[in-house]
Design a binder for this molecule. Structure first.
Ligand code: UGA
Length: 443
């Protein structure tokens, strides 16, 4: 089938590559000529396991094409995906200007019936706005074509995006058009094997489903972080509590890992956006406000431990930091807990000596060259001359470190672990001090 994807960002590129892989003919349109040129040379703008070979193989076989020519894109696809960004506005609500720009472009060039599919995470009611924009533009151009607007939110996780897209848990289709549903069922049939994963509903419910999923997951995390803080005060161990409650299938083990807060491009943005949308309809979303507030506080947690350990004085100290990305298997630093920590440490005169398996370039891009940030080539190199070691991201490479080496090179022999990677009893055998989230302070 002929498909066009507008917006070659995370969601757009992964979706396009996966659709091409199963045999659809995909044209990707983006306003960024540089990005298009790079993709044609095989240079993929994001780090995502498995994505580069997938895109390049499909490009070579002519199933995926990249262009800035929107007219060509509209002409090509009978199904047109909108996968552009919806960045937070100043007040945290989702900014729809890119979505609306694509809607106008589609209406400007369309010469036949089109199915317009919203993949971007957009507030409830956006499909109606897209319908209005397309209708108004068609009218102003004296064109009369029919079209459908479908909400088809994406649920991929960074670091596992290709797999999530290839093997989705569910495919949500928000549409009341039988014709659009039929086409989309056909489009997704290669991904809909074994049992029916397609759930069809009205457009507004589909739009809300996306926010509901991310907000539920963010709520689980903030809830656990709150309990971790309580466990600490009660002298309990949150890791035991986690196992104790996760064994109840109604609760489950997933997404109940306490830590130094959630980051990324989705949870912080989507929780905020739903809070703002709620306000817009006269409702105070108290749980979601609390989820956001708890997360904000949790991102300060490692800094609080460090300050309490050093009695409020870290001036001139060198802090070794492992993990900069907001989670493993990505170079994404958006809303990463490491940033809150580094910025706090710098405000208090400390020097950060950091390592991340993928996010070094991104850190350099964000912070540039500064005397109080030293980006080191290996995790071991961060330790030399450091006072303490802090862990912000649970990369696999950090899970079994050489504790003797840490003891030798980290002057104050202390680890602050924002992801609860180790057993406190093991660390104490090495004679190291250990702070973890909700496990009781230093041993
Ligand atoms: C999230 C959702 O998991 C996806 O389902 C969704 O499609 C995506 O947002 C999106 O809207 O595009 P992602 O942001 O890639 O995916 O990352 P997650 O794996 O969900 O992790 C988010 C954050 O929560 C990370 O900082 C992670 O460290 C933290 N986290 C996760 C915890 O602190 N504890 C946990 O138990 C799980």
């Amino acid at each position: 089938m002929k498909v066009t994807v507008f917006g070659i960002g995370y969601v757009g590129l992964v979706q396009a590559a996966v659709l091409a892989e199963v045999g659809h003919e995909v044209v990707c349109v983006d306003v960024d000529q540089n990005k298009v040129d790079n993709l044609e040379k095989g240079l993929i703008p994001i780090y995502e396991p498995g994505l580069t070979p997938l895109v390049n193989a499909n490009f070579e076989q002519g199933r995926i094409k990249f262009t800035t020519d929107a007219e060509r894109g509209v002409d090509h696809g009978e199904m047109l995906f909108i996968a552009v960004g919806t960045p937070p506005d100043e007040d945290g609500s989702a900014d729809l200007k890119y979505v609306q720009a694509v809607a106008t472009t589609i209406a400007t060039y369309m010469q036949s019936h089109k199915i317009i599919i919203n993949k971007s995470t957009v507030p409830v009611g956006t499909a109606d706005k897209v319908i209005a924009t397309v209708s108004d533009t068609l009218k102003s151009l004296n064109k009369e074509f029919t079209f459908d607007v479908v909400s088809n939110p994406e649920f991929l996780k960074e670091g596992a995006a290709v797999n999530d897209c290839m093997r989705p848990d569910r495919i949500i289709l928000g549409t009341q058009s039988a014709k659009a549903e039929k086409k989309l069922r056909e489009l997704y049939s290669p991904f809909n094997r074994n049992h029916d994963k397609i759930i069809v509903m009205d457009v507004r419910s589909a739009e809300l489903t996306k926010y509901a999923a991310n907000c539920m997951l963010a709520t689980k995390i903030s809830f656990m972080n709150e309990l971790a803080n309580l466990a600490e005060l009660f002298g309990a161990d949150i890791e035991n509590v986690r196992k104790g409650i996760g064994s109840d299938p109604r609760i489950g083990y997933q997404f109940i890992y306490p830590g130094c807060g959630y980051g990324g491009s989705c949870f912080p943005k989507d929780v905020q956006a739903l809070v703002r949308s709620a306000t817009g309809v006269g409702y105070t979303a108290k749980i979601l406000e609390a989820v956001e507030a708890v997360n904000y506080r949790q991102k300060e947690k490692l800094f609080d431990y460090i300050m309490s350990h050093y009695q409020g004085d870290v001036k001139g100290k060198t802090i070794a930091l492992w993990g900069l990305s907001f989670k493993p298997n990505t170079d994404d630093m958006r809303e990463a807990s490491s940033r809150v920590l580094m910025e706090r440490l710098w405000e208090h005169g400390a020097i950060v000596q950091a390592y991340d398996p993928e996010a070094m370039e991104e850190t350099q891009r964000i912070y540039g060259s500064r005397a109080d940030l030293r980006l080191m080539g290996t995790k071991e190199a961060t330790l030399s001359g450091s006072s303490c070691l802090v862990i912000c991201t649970e990369w696999q490479a950090f899970r079994a470190p050489d504790f003797e080496m840490i003891k030798t090179h980290v002057a104050d022999q202390v680890i602050f672990d924002g992801r609860n990677l180790f057993e406190p009893s093991l660390i104490s055998e090495y004679g190291l001090h250990y702070y973890a989230i909700g496990r009781g302070l230093s041993v």
